[in-house]
Design a protein around this ligand. Structure first.
Ligand code: GDP
Ligand code: ADP
Length: 215
């Protein structure tokens, strides 16, 4: 993917489990319709949660299938997170970007590093909870993980958060509406300042810059 140039943008969003990244991304996507955008659906070996659907939240596969995909170089990035494999399909990302669809990757810091290495133009955003007790409260409130899994995620939260400075933007998700507003501002700003966006306006530019329009 390294040498390809796309008009669509790729945003990496990371946060400790429960900080609110899925809710923020979904609310952002629901709030805007002007530009096509999607969240990448990762492959994972973790158990499916109540309410989740195969192919919608994740592609749920077993370890042997995941390792086969690694061997086939099918992932643009993959990592071991909370004792399970998670990875992003290279082909899915390339297809979306080629179709001009902006793409959001909800991935951990290890995956973010790998994506930056192959796509330096990717923009990255880290989301923090307002406090550790609030993070635990949100994991409990979500009601989808056992107490043991919640404790495992809480133990990992600080090591995940210690990577915040590798990201270009930081959002503290205390008040949800404010955090959503900040996320929207970051995305809009990045999209406006991207010079390659100019290719979307090619017919207008051609007209404005043509010598005949100066006559
Ligand atoms: N590297 C990588 N991390 C991922 C991927 N998909 C999800 N993750 C991360 O794995 C962690 C656990 O995700 P998940 O099991 O959905 O739990 P949740 O974040 O609590 O909803 C989160 O930090 C995700 O950002 C992926 O494709 N690659
Ligand atoms: N600003 C917020 N204030 C209170 N609860 C929140 C806020 N943001 C998210 N939540 C709730 O916290 C829980 C975890 O959010 P989620 O988006 O699943 O986190 P993540 O994807 O980062 O693991 C969900 O129940 C969600 O509704």
């Amino acid at each position: 993917m390294q040498n390809k140039s796309y008009t669509a943008s790729l945003f990496i969003i990371s946060a400790p489990s429960g900080a609110g990244k899925s809710s923020l991304i979904q609310a952002y996507l629901a709030s805007q319709t002007a530009t096509p955008a999607k969240v990448s659906i990762s492959h994972t070996t973790r158990d499916i949660r109540p309410g989740e659907q195969h192919g919608q939240h994740y592609h749920f596969i077993d370890k042997a299938q995941f390792e086969q995909m690694i061997a086939q170089n099918a992932f643009i990035e993959y990592a071991h997170v909370y004792d399970h494999y998670y990875g992003t399909s290279r082909k899915a990302i390339e297809d979306y970007l080629e179709q001009g669809i902006d793409i959001f990757l909800d991935i951990d810091w290890q995956g973010a590093r790998q994506v930056r290495a192959s796509m330096p133009e990717a923009k990255s955003i880290f989301i923090l909870p307002p406090s550790l007790p609030e993070l635990e409260k949100r994991l409990i409130k979500r009601g989808q993980d056992s107490e043991a899994i919640i404790q495992k995620r809480m133990k990992k939260a600080q090591s995940e958060m210690s990577h915040y400075s590798e990201y270009e933007y930081l959002i503290i998700n205390d008040n949800f509406e404010q955090a959503l507003h900040q996320l929207s501002m970051i995305i809009d700003t990045e999209k406006l300042k991207t010079v390659k966006q100019a290719t979307r306006h090619q017919p207008l530019l051609a007209q404005l810059l043509s010598s005949s329009s100066l006559d």
